[in-house]
Design a protein around this ligand. Structure first.
Ligand code: NDP
Length: 285
């Protein structure tokens, strides 16, 4: 039986509607949730991502401030802008679009964001909260992947999840979220020996490498849940993920497409994080 397709666009649309309801509930109490987005330089892909985030905020009733800066912006000037947003009570979330121009230190920039406003969930404080299982702001992409997995109705307890990739923004937090859901987790990376053997034992596969056809159908267990985070471009210019989707869908139980899988969830979870930050800043008396 061919895999069921996990419709990330539909699930994200449901979350965006929920975000709009929560934003309206906050507004009724006199609090408009606010997100500040800082874009440095003129990377065209970053400009598109930022535009999509701002538009999603507008649709959900979240106030957004988009600051564009010249690529020559100094580290001190950027840190000063973050400080200003840290102190601004109308702003509940701060996002600095990555990658930054080479002369700026992304770690210093991320750590400058107040942890209560770290809606990307990339700071050491947020990573520590995730690591220890404390409540906090979780990185949007892996949190979105968890929602996609949950949408299948699968009970993760004791299931074997294999995560391909160990970046601080996707692979590692993904593994921790799966662990928190009581899965048994294997993390694979560029030094992993016999990656196919690991994937073959997986009930759940999350591919976050950035390499086309990294996961082929012969590596999959029949019925596996396959979440494809990768974004790659085919020779014809079209987007594809890390999984050989057409062949894999004949073997998997559930699978996400690219585009239309994980991508829409990332923005939806950013909205949810902004609302979580705003609700925490304005608790119901
Ligand atoms: P990184 O480049 O930071 O990390 C890639 C990971 O893949 C690394 O841990 C690397 O291992 C591992 N890797 C590289 N080659 C191999 C290999 N041959 N075998 C096994 N592992 C390998 O990427 P990100 O984590 O930021 O992103 C991963 C992908 O997800 C990209 O395609 C990105 O565009 C996409 N993405 C999509 C998002 C969405 O919203 N859909 C959001 C964020 C990312 P090592 O650590 O050893 O180098």
């Amino acid at each position: 039986m061919p895999a069921k397709i996990i419709d990330g666009a539909a699930i994200a649309s449901g979350l965006r509607a929920e975000a709009a309801r929560r934003a309206a509930a906050l507004a009724a109490r006199g609090v408009q949730p606010g997100l500040a987005v800082i874009l440095v330089g003129d990377d065209p892909a970053s400009a598109v991502y930022v535009r999509n985030k701002v538009r999603a905020c507008q649709e959900a009733g979240i106030h957004s401030v988009l600051e564009r800066h010249d690529a020559a912006l100094t580290q001190e000037a950027l840190l000063a802008r973050i400080d200003a947003f840290n102190a601004d009570a109308a702003i509940h979330g701060i996002l600095v679009q990555m990658p930054l121009p080479k002369h700026l230190d992304p770690q210093r920039v991320i750590q400058a964001i107040a942890s209560a406003k770290d809606v990307d969930g990339f700071s050491i404080a947020s990573a520590g909260e995730l690591m220890t299982g404390l409540p906090g702001l979780r990185p949007a992409t892996p949190a979105g992947c968890m929602k996609l997995i949950e949408s299948t109705g699968a009970d993760l307890r004791g299931k074997h999840a294999v995560v391909l990739g160990r970046s601080n923004t996707v692979g590692k937090p993904m593994a921790l979220l799966l662990l928190q859901a009581h899965a048994t987790v294997t993390i694979c990376h560029s030094a992993t020996k016999d990656l196919a053997a690991h994937v073959r034992r997986a009930d759940i596969v999350v591919a976050a490498v950035g390499r086309r056809n990294m996961v082929t159908a012969d590596m999959l267990q029949p019925g596996a849940i396959v979440i494809d985070v990768g974004i790659n471009r085919k020779d014809d210019g079209k987007l594809c993920g890390d999984v050989d989707f057409d062949a894999a869908k004949a073997v998997a139980g559930w699978i996400t497409p690219v585009p239309g899988g994980v991508g829409p969830m990332t923005i939806a979870m950013l909205l949810m994080n902004t609302l979580q930050a705003a609700e925490a800043a304005a608790p119901i008396p």
